[in-house]
Design a protein around this ligand. Sequence first.
Ligand code: GLN
Length: 581
Amino acid sequence: MTKYIVIAGGVISGVGKGITTSSIGKILKEYGYSVTAVKIDPYLNYDAGTLRPTEHGEVWVTADGGEIDQDLGNYERFLNIDIPKSNNITTGQIYKAVIDKERKGEFLGKTVQFIPHIPEEIITRVKHASKGYDFTLVEIGGTIGDFENLPFLFAMKRLEREIGKENIIYVLVSYLPVPSHMGEMKTKPTQQAIRMLSETGIIPDFIICRSRNPLDDVRKKKIETYANISSEYVISEPDIDTIYRIPLDLEKENFGLKILSEFRMKLKKKPDFKEWQQLVDSIAAPKNKIKVAMVGKYVDIGNFNLKDSYISVNESLLHAGASLGIGIQIEWIDAKKLEKGVNVGEMLKDYDGLIIPGGFGSSGVEGKINAIRYARENDLPFLGLCYGLQLAVVEFARNVCSMKGANTTENDKKTEYPVIDILPTQKAILEKNDYGGTMRLGAYAAKLKKDTKVYGLYNEIGRLKEDKEKIEKLAKDKSQKFRLGKLTDNNDLVLERHRHRYEVTPKFIDKIAEKGLVFSGCHIREDDTKLMEFIELPKHKYFLATQGHPEFKSSLGKPSPLFYGFVKAAIGKLPKYRELR
Ligand code: GLN
């Protein structure tokens, strides 16, 4: 039977529940158990697809095409597993499902009520996500005391009644402030959060104490005395240099073993955190570093932290750097600053590599194209992601293939050379099948050309083998099979996630390829239409782009092949690594 670990947050939002949840998962996985995670978002939106990225950070895309809260991204980055979209439960989904059932007459004339129907729907979904796993982590969004998350806490308590307390534990991630005028860590808000949680009938089994500093024994005892929770179960989780250190820190407190003992379970395998520790050390104290220019659309963001709109790209660079033992310094450059009248070379000359991440709309497009041209002409390692690929094709068409004014129709509807366009047949297919409106969303298989850089990198990282297994599984899944397209065989295929509308226009492909741009992989639709997935320039140090979003498939210890190649190329650019300042 699956064991459940419910994680809720107290005192303040942004306390680090997601990372704590991911870290617990990492520990249990290292102990030899299979783990999945569910994120509950108490907002009314059906999913995160329509949320403002400036408020919620980047949208995470799942393999099965969900547009989801970033927390699922954290779970995948720590656990290296594909988490389906149904593992993100929102209040909107729950109510919609219950009302839809009522409309269909499924309740047979009964009064449909908050209790029992809402908790029942929640439990059904959590159980569905748990099938086949030893452990399910259920992270409840929001903070204890919010009205919004009460139904979910109630549902968890009811789940406990169904499955027995021996199969479920509760973890409260709390925050202990250190007010500057006192310099002393205060436990009172945590005591109150525990009391508030207990009003729902839930007494937490563990308290994770987030704070600036480690928790001392005096504070642990205080929580024990005032909240009646043994200090053994009060776990310290101080601020640290990198989020990936948290599993290691929690292990120092024997948290994993304490969880197992709560469930009367034993280690299934001896944990080995050596490799993880090395990667963490490499992130925390790199001996050398490279400097990466990330040219994106940062206007309109105001005070919002720029980093958050590209979290997955940042993390993917970090993972690649950790595997190669090099630090990454990312600088975010507003694409608009690279438009007309500036010396792009002057702006980019100090960087070891250029990334053009995904984007929408026409703002800053010419600046991005200028940056790509500079990278292409100056052998500067370049990685284009989604819009990055599209704009690299535009740049090449304009400046190498003499297609004056070539463009994506997203930026210029009247261009003579619409090298990137919405393919009418593609739009029709997506709409007809309701694969998520007009966006190509989620994982799609791409057939790679041998003897390309892309092929070499996917092979080196072991993804050709890994993705082959996933493809075989997908082929058996009726609702997801369309992601494979037309397959002649199961070889040389990779899966990457997508989130876009536009494609390389088929009629221009041969002309562009003639001039030396290699299309190194494509998705082959059932009607034989080829959707271009990868491009590269063979003679360039690293000029590579993809229509997919490889940043959604990168975890610590298993970097994305394209990021890995990019960082490797950027290191090679320097005769000597850049010294740390
Ligand atoms: N705007 C482009 C499209 O819709 C690229 C999207 C992206 O970069 N995610 O196709």
